[in-house]
Design a binder for this molecule. Structure first.
Ligand code: BTN
Length: 228
């Protein structure tokens, strides 16, 4: 699945590096962009992503046509990346309660263990970056106060360290399968998300611009949108 790997011990953000490599061109795709440590990890919007040594932080640079014929359907890519992570964590730690909080947070219990940031560069337009950060061996005890309240790590939850490469390979395999199914039109996201979606049946409040909508979540639909 991965045709080439770009690795550095430390980078500000693997997504930023992947976007830079996309602009440069000349790489075999999918390109795995991997760092042992990120110093300025980015989250959605203006959010930052805390990471410490022991976390898994990587981005995949793909040809968007190889994943999804229609780039308007990026939300689906985010959701399948979250599904791949849910499946991986549930397979390595079957005693843990793994959940998907729409659009693409993965939870262990009630706390966030993984964040996903999917971006498509303006140039070249036919590229896609899927950035995934998973708290694996980093302990949330070391996280800043605001993060510590809401974050989980696999090692904290299971009481033992994990082989990072093993977790990485499992996520990539699951992602390869999910992306192939998406491309082939075989994924029914509403069904695939049902076992994982933690918001289903809960009251949710959606803020969009100046509007605010409150309702009961009925799951995730086949477009990757939240059903309220
Ligand atoms: C979020 O929760 O808002 C998304 C967080 C995404 C973090 C990952 S870590 C690897 C990749 N590089 C980044 O700068 N961000 C993503």
């Amino acid at each position: 699945f991965v045709a080439q790997i770009a690795y550095r011990p430390e980078v500000p953000s693997t997504n930023d590096w992947a976007l830079e490599l996309a602009r440069e061109g000349g790489h075999r795709l999918p390109l795995l962009v991997l760092a042992s440590q990120q110093t300025q990890g980015r989250g959605r919007g203006t959010n930052r992503w805390w990471s410490a040594p022991g976390a898994l932080t990587f981005s995949l640079l793909l040809d968007s046509g190889s994943v999804q014929p229609d780039t308007r359907a990026l939300p689906q890519v985010s959701v399948v990346a979250a599904l791949a992570t849910c499946e991986t964590l549930a397979s390595v730690a079957p005693d843990q309660r793994v959940g998907l909080k729409w659009p693409n947070d993965v939870l262990l219990g009630r706390r966030k263990v993984c964040g996903i940031l999917v971006e498509s560069p303006a140039r070249p337009p036919d590229r896609l970056v899927i950035g995934i950060g998973i708290n694996v061996n980093n302990s949330c005890a070391e996280a800043p106060d605001d993060v510590r309240q809401r974050a989980a790590s696999l090692a904290d939850a299971t009481g033992r360290p994990w082989a990072l490469t093993d977790v990485l390979i499992r996520v990539l395999r699951a992602l390869e399968q999910q992306l192939a199914s998406l491309k082939a039109g075989r994924v029914r996201l509403s069904e695939a998300c049902r076992p994982w979606c933690v918001l289903t049946s809960r009251t949710v409040v959606i803020s969009a611009g100046s509007g605010r909508t409150e309702g009961i979540c009925a799951g995730i639909d086949d477009d990757g949108a939240l059903l309220v």
